[in-house]
Design a protein around this ligand. Structure first.
Ligand code: TYD
Ligand code: MG
Length: 456
């Protein structure tokens, strides 16, 4: 017997309601509720597993010490960045979601992993591209794996059937929005389908000890399309991001049940696939021999890695009545705050100036330690005097104009020294914590107005 039931789902956050409502009470979005028919056929829900086994299987309480600790065994993906982001490789039996905008390189990354892994049978389920398209892509990547299978199938029950025969160690689903399960009657990509498919994948992964990688598209506002619920079901949520106009891509962890979420992976999209970036600092610095005003170098941290970023500022007289302020790659509200600090605490008359700020390389950076470099570049543009490109800055600026200490100062200093910088400007409060001797000159700053004297 099957019972037919329809429910309304918010397409934005996955909230459920028995009747249609205009405004979602959980995410406050308007007009996001869509009716979905849920026709659960209970007996078909577990088709991939052995029925008899399922009936005999009743979990009993176990002592912690008695539980075999092979759960966290990991397989390498043969991709150093991805392995690090995952916390040391793919945990056997884990479900991993890789989110990202269309065209950012999700399929390329996972295909590369599928082709690189050693001693693992891989099943690549494609709901978006045909086998020949994948083959073309694999030829571009110039790698091959003999134990690699592709199937263009979107029904989960059939996928599990094939998986049962093939017994892969790694399953890649491209994408969760294109697959569907028979146990629910709504269309693929709808909230209830995504949720149910992900739950089935989770059960499959756990019971068979297979790592499953899911590709998920993200919506305009940056959340993984469909439901937030998906993020609760999976073990790891990775996000692949970058600017389409640039070659660089960052892989971040939003959630990781088996490791830290601080690590990031850096890639460069080439004509033959994604290449790991070994030296992240060099990618944000533009090559230049002549010094120009308005440019300074910030020592930032992305995840646990220090990186040097070039900050460019332009201060000019406002043409219209109100001054314009715009920032690319930097929080514009933070820029407003820094400008107010400059005006009030360092005596800069910038209320009637247009200020434009840009972070080279197309990255969005959020490290508060960039404040000092932002202030320096604005001062430099205002004074029309260049700052030596051998100077680096790392400090947070407070509302009273004080320069505050930042996390991992020593790592930042060491990175600047390694890259051949001559001076690094840091908060004077950070000085006492520094143990080692550095050859780079460390310049302590305690107030924003001091910077002016120190620089020009
Ligand atoms: P893709 O992996 O299809 O993105 P997603 O699955 O996230 O939608 O990446 C597509 C882009 O990558 C496309 O614009 C072409 C580019 N690309 C390269 O530049 N070099 C390559 O070797 C490959 C395979 C793709
Ligand atoms: Mg794709």
């Amino acid at each position: 017997m099957s019972k037919t039931k329809s429910t309304y789902f918010c397409q934005n956050c996955g909230a459920q309601s028995a009747k249609w409502i205009g405004k979602c009470p959980s995410c406050n979005e308007w007009n996001t509720y869509v009716e979905e028919i849920i026709n659960k056929k209970e007996e078909e829900k577990f088709t991939w597993r052995d029925r008899k086994n399922q009936q005999n299987y009743t979990p009993v309480p176990q002592k912690l010490a008695e539980i075999a600790d092979n759960e966290n065994e990991r397989n390498s993906t043969e991709d150093i960045e991805l392995d690090r982001v995952l916390g040391g490789g793919l945990v056997i039996g884990s479900l991993i979601l890789l989110g990202g905008e269309p065209g950012i390189g999700k399929s390329t990354l996972l295909l590369q992993v599928a082709l690189q892994v050693k001693n693992q049978r891989v099943l690549y389920v494609s709901g978006e591209e045909s086998g020949s398209q994948i083959k073309l892509r694999a030829e571009r990547i110039k790698q091959s794996n003999t134990d690699f299978y592709i199937i263009t199938e979107t029904n989960t029950q059939k996928i599990f059937q094939h998986a049962k025969e093939l017994k892969p160690q790694l399953v890649i689903i491209d994408s969760i929005q294109t697959i569907f399960t028979d146990s629910i009657e709504s269309t693929p990509g709808s909230v209830s389908q995504i949720r149910e498919c992900a739950a089935e994948m989770q059960r499959y992964a756990k019971e068979n000890g297979v790592s499953v990688l899911l590709v998920g598209h993200i919506t305009k506002d940056g959340s993984i399309a469909g439901p937030k619920v998906l993020e609760h079901i999976v073990d790891v949520v990775l996000q692949f991001e970058g600017d389409h106009n640039y070659l660089y891509r960052i892989l971040r962890t939003l959630k990781n049940r088996f490791g830290s979420t601080n690590e990031i992976g850096l890639y460069e999209m080439n004509s033959n696939g994604l290449k790991v970036v070994d030296n992240p600092s060099q990618l944000l610095l533009t090559d230049r021999s002549d010094e120009m005003s308005g440019i300074s170098i910030a020592s930032t941290m992305e995840g646990l890695r220090p990186m040097m970023a070039e900050i460019q500022a332009l201060v000019s007289n406002a043409v219209y009545g109100t001054a314009q302020r715009s920032a690319t790659g930097f929080d514009v509200r933070r820029l407003h705050m820094l400008l107010a600090v400059l005006e009030k605490r360092a005596g800069y008359k910038i209320a009637m100036k247009d200020v434009f700020l840009n972070i080279a390389g197309g990255f969005k950076l959020i490290d508060p330690a960039m404040d000092l470099a932002v202030i320096a570049s604005i001062m430099s543009s205002y004074e029309d005097q260049a700052i030596s490109y051998k100077y680096a800055f790392a400090g947070e600026v407070g509302l009273s104009g004080e320069v505050r200490s930042v996390t991992r100062v020593e790592q930042r200093i060491a990175e600047a020294q390694k890259l051949g910088f001559e001076k690094i400007f840091i908060s004077s409060y950070a000085l006492k914590g520094i143990q080692q001797k550095y050859t780079i000159q460390i310049v302590p700053v305690s107030k924003v107005y001091e910077l002016l004297k120190l620089l020009f």
